[in-house]
Design a protein around this ligand. Structure first.
Ligand code: FAD
Length: 468
């Protein structure tokens, strides 16, 4: 039975990055917002995604630094791993961010409702099954941000011990000796890298011809070389057929061969969490693949209802959820935001070496019909990269060939190497402001920094390299 009905300017369903960005930005603009979350504030990203994954990768980095300390004249002995302490640190950071988010929402006077939300005709949202009890809220606008859950594979029932998805992996009780990572995408490569750095023998099983689709082929090769050098086996073009658990783990059948491992981490992407959103009597459409259908402005078929984040068929990244939430609010306010250009969004992969890219790879640019000029500049001559002992990797700039045959508009910036996830910003601006090589080449890069490699790539494209 419905007990109360309250009205808001905007009702948001889901408290992950898409939902909470909508709520926070809307509240900043003076709107009265209710946000319904049935699980934990922060959604996948804060609880079982970006934050815990990067925290555990930092554990791997700390172990590596300790192992390499002797190169700097620091004698630490052979480092050992106390995985339990690492998990506690990860949980502490997650808890602190989740509670910080709660305080931020409270400070902005967002009404946070705990329960499962369903949308009905007339922008009515019922909430049930949680600490807020059964109630109904209505909004002048509604934003759907129910996010996604890990995809699984037939024949791989998740038990959290031998077969796991990212949800279970991020709290794995002990480090396995041998692991199969099914899927060589962003998450698969991050898990591979962290496990291998902590001593696990890892095999990646990838159905496509290469790992990390989207990243320029030359740069994927750098990562593959680094992975192989660390004993990681990469099997591409391979179909995973099933597995047979036994006393010491399981045998994964892939490409007609058996692979004995202690754990299998299934990281084959995510599926939209749109199964139980109500929607009867509304014009919101769910596609065959489970995504909420939207136009370029994230508007659903139902007037006054938007959808953002992983539940729509746009790149499944927290920062995409953020900007879609911001844009939805701006649209609600009548500010006519420019739609996101999804071909030019920033991507960041936190494996070792890191990868970061925006815009077209060389292959994609050629497929799109561009004539291109490219430049690869490497980190192995860069002072800062040598100082931090991470000289592998390169920056590749893909520029459109101008009528004079010279490099013109920048179409893509793809990077692999130390801290490139922190360095992509200039490339992002260049691609999104449609800067030319000449616009970028004479900007000053501070010395000594790793961004000098991007500067070198740009000046080299003018035909006059400086250091390279
Ligand atoms: P979610 O974060 O999934 O949040 C949706 C929320 O809605 C959930 O809390 C859910 O409980 C709630 N909900 C769903 N239905 C209802 C309902 N009917 N009623 C009430 N509540 C509901 N992205 C990056 O940008 N950078 C990274 O480094 C990165 N690393 C990742 C690492 C891993 C291991 C994983 C799994 C993901 C990673 N991502 C990363 C992706 C990122 O986590 C997601 O893109 C992001 O969380 C999506 O935000 P969202 O708000 O759309 O959905």
């Amino acid at each position: 039975m419905v007990l109360t009905v309250e009205h808001y300017d905007v009702v948001v369903i889901g408290g992950g990055p898409g939902g909470y960005a909508t709520a926070l930005y809307g509240a900043s603009a003076g709107l009265n917002i209710a946000m319904v979350e049935r699980g934990k504030l922060g959604g996948t990203c804060l609880n079982v995604g970006c934050i815990p994954a990067k925290e555990l990768l930092e554990t791997a980095a700390a172990y590596r630094h300790a192992s390499e300390a002797a190169d700097f004249g620091i004698q630490t002995g052979v480092p050992t791993i106390d995985w339990g302490t690492s998990l506690v640190r990860k949980d502490t950071i997650v808890t602190s961010l989740v509670s910080g988010l709660g305080s931020l929402l409270k400070g902005r006077k967002v009404t946070v409702l705990d329960g499962h939300a369903r949308l009905h005709a007339g922008k009515r949202v019922t909430v049930s099954g949680g600490a807020s009890g059964d109630l109904e809220v209505t909004g002048d606008a509604v934003v759907l941000a129910p996010g996604s859950v890990p995809r699984t594979l037939p024949g791989f029932d998740v038990d959290g011990t031998v077969v796991m998805t990212s949800d279970e992996f991020l709290s794995i009780a002990t480090l396995p000796e041998r692991a199969a990572i099914v899927g060589g995408g962003v998450i698969g490569c991050e898990f591979t890298s962290l496990l291998a750095d902590l001593g696990t023998r890892v095999t990646i099983l990838e159905a496509l011809p290469k790992i990390l689709p989207g990243l320029d082929k030359d740069l994927t090769k750098v990562i593959e070389k680094s992975f192989k050098g660390r004993g990681i086996e990469i099997r591409t073009d391979v179909k995973v057929e099933g597995h047979s658990p036994h006393e010491h783990g399981t045998t994964v059948q892939a490409g007609g061969e058996g692979l004995d491992v202690d754990v299998v981490v299934v990281s084959v992407g995510r599926q939209p969490n749109t199964g139980d959103l109500g929607l009867e009597g509304t014009a919101v459409v769910i596609s065959d693949r489970g995504f909420i259908e939207v136009d370029a402005g994230c508007r659903t078929g139902e007037p006054g209802v938007w959808a953002v984040g992983d539940a729509i068929a746009t790149p499944a990244l927290a920062h995409i959820g953020f900007i879609e939430g911001v844009n939805a609010i701006r649209d609600i306010l009548g500010e006519d935001p420019a739609p996101v250009d999804y071909d030019k969004v920033p991507w960041a992969v936190y494996c070792r070496p890191e990868a970061a890219f925006t815009g077209l790879s060389e292959e994609a640019a050629k497929e799109a019909g561009f004539e291109v000029v490219t430049q690869k500049s490497r980190f192995n001559h860069n002072g800062r990269a040598m100082i931090v002992n991470q000289p592998e990797g390169m920056v590749k700039v893909i520029a459109e060939k101008g009528p004079n045959g010279r490099a013109g508009r920048i179409l893509g910036v793809h990077m692999v190497g130390p801290w490139v996830t922190e360095q992509l910003g200039q490339g992002y601006l260049a691609v999104n402001w449609e800067a030319t090589v000449d616009d970028m080449a004479f900007l000053i890069q501070p010395h000594p920094t790793m961004t000098e490699v991007l500067g070198e790539a740009m000046i080299s494209l003018t035909g006059r390299p400086l250091h390279g």
